[in-house]
Design a protein around this ligand. Structure first.
Ligand SMILES: *Cc1c(COP(=O)(O)O)cnc(C)c1O
Length: 495
């Protein structure tokens, strides 16, 4: 079989290169000549020369390929050749753009897992800058002038806030559950109600994480009803732990029953077993004023007698991604000294961000300074006033024959992110309608802005919920809506 690899370093031309191809190829300037043109000179100032050369070579190769495969009519050749600099510029721009970008969340889902859950406040970044841009006492005890431990930092605030004996921080709540199960129950049995064998988004399933932790799942009760006696009967010599999992993202309603946490804790302690609660959402404040009922707080669970509790940093707590663990010192000591902790621990930026978040709670300023809580507690009246103002701005600037109609409608926001299932907060929505565009195309124009705007579609209408939109981002929405309101032929490209 003849080798397809050319010894000259050039790709061999397929045998079917024609005279026409040859004459078109001759019109393509050399890489060196193109690089000396002013458009490319400019690009080499902006990007490394090597990257420009690579992008240019690959564009020219694609061009030759299209010629040879008859995918480029001769009439379009000149035009395509002229567009080489523009294509190379676009390719470089895309190659050098970060993949993680900011977006505007107009969906009204406060803790949107796909959109990064809790947004963080500027104060949090002041602390992470302080902790991360230079050196810090991350693992150094300044008072004793000796090696220290990183787990003391957020623990200090958590003990204060939760009135618990000890606290520990790992990468996320899934990691917290894995570490707790492995440290407290490896090789033994863990009793869980069948109604709590949940799956949290992103394939976190209680039975799977249990298997990975090396503990054996002992299911009790039924999907809808589990009684204290079910737990009692399941306890045996191999039992190491009782686990309760918060049903963060669904509800069991109707004919259902489960023992109160206090009762379960009392049973565990009578049998000299620890009780672990995976709370997930990690709420520290009373949400009733926002119209959310029945969301348990971390403090309530600890008060009920739970020995170890796990919850997320970026759900209702409103901080960075982290898994928080709080409870009895003797159990947390087992977690801290487990080799898995070393693999699951957090970095200094997370600890800085978490301390800044917890500091808001200590100051009792959380409703003002934690963006997620501020959004949750924002009143529908205030959201309506913002919506009216935004629509007025668009109306004034889009003039006579606007292609966009607005309407204001009462609706609901949700907290999301695997918390407060089935609960909604009253809000006011902007409903967009256009004779010129379908809901899908309005949604797509918004999503393709330079700062993407993500909206909700319901029944062929695009809805914007300003609850989750920062006031500073409203002008981006105004600009996009003005663009959408123009008659099609005069529309500028959406920036
Ligand atoms: C969200 C959630 C988790 C997973 O938390 P992450 O921080 O996303 O890892 C675990 N358990 C419960 C009950 C949850 O609600």
């Amino acid at each position: 079989m003849p080798s397809r690899i050319s010894t000259t370093g050039e790709h061999p031309r397929p045998p079917h290169t024609t005279k026409r191809d040859e004459s078109l190829f001759r019109k393509i300037p050399s890489v060196d000549l193109l690089l000396s043109a002013s458009s490319f000179q400019e690009l080499t100032k902006q990007y490394p020369r090597e990257a420009v050369v690579t992008a240019l070579r690959s564009d020219l190769q694609a061009l030759r390929h299209r010629v040879r495969n008859r995918r480029l009519p001769e009439s379009e050749f000149e035009h395509t050749l002229e567009a080489v600099p523009a294509r190379v510029r676009a390719a470089l721009k895309s190659r050098f753009s970060p993949s993680l970008r900011r977006v505007i969340n107009a969906t009204g889902v406060v803790l949107h897992t796909n959109l990064g859950r809790a947004p963080l406040s500027p104060a949090v970044f002041d602390r992470t800058r302080e902790a991360g841009s230079g050196y810090s006492n991350l693992e150094f005890d300044l008072a004793k002038n000796e090696r220290g431990k990183r787990d003391v930092h957020a623990e200090h605030f958590l003990k204060n806030l939760l009135r618990c004996e000890a606290a520990l921080v790992v990468n996320n709540c899934a990691a917290a559950v894995l570490l707790a199960l492995n440290s407290l129950a490896e090789g033994g049995e863990v009793i869980v109600s069948r109604g709590e064998l949940v799956e949290i988004g992103g394939s976190f399933r209680v039975p799977d994480i249990m298997r990975k932790s090396g503990a054996v799942l002992r299911e009790v009760g039924t999907t809808n009803r589990t009684r204290l006696s079910d737990y009692q009967r399941a306890i045996n010599a191999r039992t190491k732990l009782i686990l309760q999992v918060h049903r963060s993202n669904f509800k069991i309603v109707g004919f259902s029953e489960q023992p109160a946490l206090e009762e379960l804790a009392r049973l565990a302690h009578k049998k000299r077993l620890p009780i672990l609660e995976d709370l997930g959402s990690g709420c520290l404040v009373d949400l009733r004023e926002a119209g959310i009922c029945g969301e348990p707080t971390v403090q309530q669970s600890l008060k009920a007698g739970v020995d170890v509790i796990t919850f997320s940093g970026d759900k209702l707590l409103g901080g960075p991604q982290a898994g928080l663990i709080a409870g009895r010192r003797k159990y947390l000591h087992l977690l801290r000294t487990n080799p898995l902790y070393r693999a699951l621990r957090v970095d200094k930026l997370t600890l800085g961000a978490l301390e800044a978040t917890l500091h808001s709670y200590l100051r009792q300023d959380e409703r003002n300074s934690i963006p997620a809580l501020k959004m949750i507690f924002e009143s529908p009246e205030h959201i309506e006033a913002r919506a009216q103002q935004l629509m007025e701005q668009v109306r004034q600037q889009s003039g006579e024959n606007s292609q966009l109609e607005f309407e204001i409608k009462k609706g609901v926001s949700v907290i999301g992110g695997g918390s407060t299932p089935g609960q909604e907060i009253a809000t006011v929505l902007i409903v967009l309608n256009s004779p010129a565009h379908s809901a899908r195309s309005i949604e797509s124009v918004l999503r393709n802005q330079s700062v993407p705007i993500l909206a909700r579609i319901e029944g062929n209408k695009v809805l914007l919920d300003l609850r989750t939109v920062f006031e500073g981002d409203e002008e981006n929405i105004v600009r996009a809506l003005i663009d959408l309101s123009r008659p099609l032929e005069t529309k500028t490209s959406s920036q």
